[in-house]
Ligand binder design. Sequence first.
Ligand SMILES: Nc1ncnc2c1ncn2[C@@H]1O[C@H](COP(=O)(O)OP(=O)(O)OP(=O)(O)O)[C@@H](O)[C@H]1O
Ligand SMILES: [Mg+2]
Length: 353
Amino acid sequence: MLSFLKKQEKGWVGIDIGSSSVKMVTLSRRGEAMQLDSYAIMPLPSSAVIDSSIQDVGQVSQAIETGLKVCGGGLTTSVTAVPSSAVILKTIQLSSAFTEFELEEQVKLEADRFIPYPLNEVALDFEILGAVEGHDELNNIMLVACRRDDVELREDAINGAGLKCEVVDVDRFSTERVYPLLQEPGFNEDSLIGLVDIGASTLTLNVFKNGEIVYNREQAFGGNDLSNAIHQQTGMSASEAEQQLRAGELSDDLVQNLVLPFRSTVSQQVSRALQFFYSSGPHNELSKLYLLGGTASIDGLAEQMAAEVGVATEVGNPFIRMVINPKLNPQRLTLDAPTLVKACGMALRSFDH
Ligand SMILES: Nc1ncnc2c1ncn2[C@@H]1O[C@H](COP(=O)(O)OP(=O)(O)OP(=O)(O)O)[C@@H](O)[C@H]1O
Ligand SMILES: [Mg+2]
């Protein structure tokens, strides 16, 4: 059937709650074709989210509520994710003869053994991955556990903006979901590909092989260092500095004296992150690196990084092969795309059920 005759399916709002801003993405799907309907990037006060943990639910709700005016389109349902660093993932093997109820009880017993908090403070979930090879009587079960607060504060912030939170996913899974969209069709799945997200306060390196994350590491580094330096030199507030960076409105002088040296620091930090990866085991060289997060938008960063680390580097854009709502500004979208990758991965979860 021709795709325009297929029913358009609206997704949920994907909401990435970062330390400097909330990113929201809405997608719809018609047949195989995915469309970016809208997005919003809403700044947060610096005290609202610290180290990926929500400190002020009201401020986050307010940012989401304002973002909805730009990109809600009447949607009432959303999906978000907890950071991978807050989650314990573990695969266990249990009898395939268990009923759903028995399985839940067994999962709780197993979880109690390896989770370092009281179970009543833990949000616990599991997924049956399938039978253990050669042992049909056993199933591989993936346990997902994190502190209840990490889930509930996110749900509270979203509910406070008048939205229902349909799914709280794990960062790792939404990154795996969005990963194929960053790639050229027909790329070599076997090769090692790095995704570096450089946000305001955290740098995360995920290394992929065959569509799955095989290595993940976070380090405390991000664009805050640059906005603080601008604040110190000029007196403008850090949030004003961020706004000027995003809008490309900083004076040439500040670009020369602060942004360019910071660009070199970013390259060095990524190089360091890669060294940690290479020293973690006998790995082949990465064949490509994608830059994500707000700091990836620094002009010329990909070129400098490629020279520094010797790996082909590109700024990530998950929307290149999507239909784009004609109301969106294509130049602005190209600049914003690396910041929206996580929110896009979350929004893709809408079509997975
Ligand atoms: N064009 C640009 N040049 C330099 N820095 C930029 C630019 N655009 C955004 N940034 C910086 O990117 C950072 C915000 O990125 P992002 O939205 O990915 O962070 P976040 O998700 O809120 O933070 P985190 O993931 O660390 O919690 C800010 O520090 C901002 O100053
Ligand atoms: Mg982020």
